[in-house]
Ligand binder design. Structure first.
Ligand code: HEM
Length: 481
């Protein structure tokens, strides 16, 4: 039941709580989006949890999501910054993801949408993507000898997404690419975990007993040294605005042009570089892995989407981005995979800036808000046979992921909605079209579609626990370099 507390606030309903840990035990042993869906079934579309010392509200219906991200978007337009994140990103040094709502964030957001992630800029990286997609296809082909052998498709897709993003962000010139990737990945792992000091923000003991603060500080030192070298290298070999700029070049140019309302510091720029990688890489890799897994479980859909791709490309040596516009059914396949497997199932957390009312309940200032987009996208109130992979459901429906249909929110909605949608989608489409055009796909010997393990694990994204291993059989040879 809902509770009234000091001043007569009507708080959203909560499950039973334990002293100190609050509701943490309700989440133990399950993935957060799944545990929260089960709790919401009992406590309603807006519920209040206390995770250690953190008050958290979870929105689990389209109505609740609409309230948070449209009606009251301004009240929820900032993000919580935990103690550990603060150790890695000092106040004022934020990029975009963790920037508090305000002029600074608005300016960086505008730079992202107009300069970094605009359709024109994304287009300028087309040669990089096509090269990386070619590399992916060759890597797959080289493993499909006679007799064809299985490949670890998860690994190859992660390499594709990471390499292609990194080349867009810091260019192809950078010598220490591998170190950069390794560092970013270690950093992301640290950010993805809620540690004791995060859950108990006022506890000094938690700070003392946890190993996280030390790790975060070391990560920051390493990242700062590395980014300094990266920025220096970019400053020494400036590229002009001839379409060959990488995202770091663009940021440094905007900084040097100087006519900004809020100064853009080099610390901000370094954080944006990290944010672009954090936002763009694992999301694309995870989605591609889920799409291929769902296609393997649904031979009907696989056949239909391969027929489409092969008809559209008949006689072609390989796929280019010019071909993608004709692949309507493939686009529905991607939409359906993003419905069942939104890579960021709880979206990125928001924080309440002003105490306000949502669905008749009071949400106090400072509360962290999650929108359970995963649960909403599988809710039988909005979806027929929600657990089934049926791309055709989007054929006659206007529901889209642009942030106006609150039953389907893989990219979020409102002011904080994902600015990287175009960038992400074109990566997905290009790689997928290539994989479907050049190869037929089989399960490893003796395995049936029903045996494919679809268990999730929570990293930065909700990704596959088991790597996806499949056997590619060449249908159209992949051109050599
Ligand atoms: C399949 C691909 C992707 C998915 C599913 C996805 C999903 C999301 C989601 C759910 C959010 C939170 C939105 C909210 O709070 O309402 C978000 C934010 C964000 N995404 Fe993406 N994303 C993808 C690709 C990308 C790419 C390619 C980039 C950049 C290269 C990117 C950069 C960002 C940034 C910077 C934010 C934070 C925006 C802000 O706080 O103002 N994303 N994304």
């Amino acid at each position: 039941a809902s509770r009234r507390r000091g001043g007569g606030a009507r708080l959203p309903p909560s499950p039973w709580a334990l002293p100190v840990i609050g509701h943490l035990h309700h989440l133990a042993g399950a993935l957060p989006h799944r545990a929260m869906r089960d709790l919401a079934a009992r406590h309603g579309p807006l519920m209040l949890l206390r995770l250690g010392g953190l008050p958290v509200v979870v929105a689990s219906s389209a109505d609740a999501a609409r309230e948070v991200m449209r009606a009251r978007d301004l009240d929820f337009a900032t993000r919580p910054v935990t103690r550990m994140v603060r150790l890695a990103i000092p106040a004022g040094a934020e990029g975009i993801i963790f920037a508090p709502y305000g002029e600074g964030w608005r300016q960086i957001r505008k730079i992202c949408t107009v300069e970094l992630l605009s359709a024109r800029r994304v287009q300028s990286f087309r040669p990089v993507r096509e090269e990386e997609a070619g590399r992916l296809l060759r890597a797959v082909a080289s493993s499909s000898a006679t007799p064809p052998r299985e490949v670890n498709l998860s690994e190859l897709l992660s390499v594709y997404a990471a390499d292609s993003s990194v080349r867009a962000i810091i260019g192809s010139r950078f010598k220490d690419r591998d170190t950069f990737l390794g560092m970013l990945e270690r950093g992301l792992k640290l950010f993805a975990k809620m540690s004791l000091p995060d859950l108990f923000p006022s506890s000094r003991l938690a700070m003392l007993v946890s190993r996280m603060p030390g790790r975060m500080k070391r990560h920051r030192q390493e990242a700062v040294a590395f980014m300094d070298a990266l920025v220096r290298e970019h400053e020494e070999s400036r590229v002009s605005d001839d379409g060959k700029e990488d995202l770091l070049d663009v940021l440094l140019r905007i900084q040097s042009e100087g006519d900004l309302q809020v100064p853009l510091t080099t610390d901000n720029i370094k954080s944006v570089v990290g944010d672009m990688f954090a936002g763009g890489s694992e999301t694309a890799a995870t989605t591609l892995q889920w799409i291929m897994a769902e296609l393997m479980r649904s031979p009907r859909v696989m056949q239909k989407v391969q027929d489409e791709v092969r008809q559209a490309l008949a006689g072609r040596a390989t796929v280019t981005e010019d071909d993608l516009g004709n692949l309507q059914y493939m686009r529905l396949v991607i939409k359906e995979a993003l419905r069942l497997h939104p890579p960021v199932p709880l979206l990125l957390p928001r924080e309440c800036r002003n105490t306000c009312r949502v669905l008749g309940f009071d949400v106090p200032v400072g509360t962290i808000v999650f929108v359970n987009a995963w649960a909403i996208a599988r809710d039988p109130n909005y979806w027929e046979t929600p657990e089934e992979f049926v791309p055709e459901r989007f054929e006659s429906s206007k529901v889209d992921f642009k942030g106006t249909d609150f039953e389907y929110l893989p990219f979020g909605a409102g002011r904080r909605m994902c600015p990287g949608m175009v960038f992400g989608l074109v990566h997905l489409e290009l790689a997928l079209a290539g994989l479907l055009y050049h190869f037929d796909w089989e399960l490893p010997l003796g395995m049936k579609a029903a045996d494919l393990d679809m268990t999730e694990e929570m990293g930065v994204t909700a990704r596959r626990l088991q790597d996806l291993r499949l056997v590619p059989v060449i249908r159209v040879p992949v051109p050599v370099d």
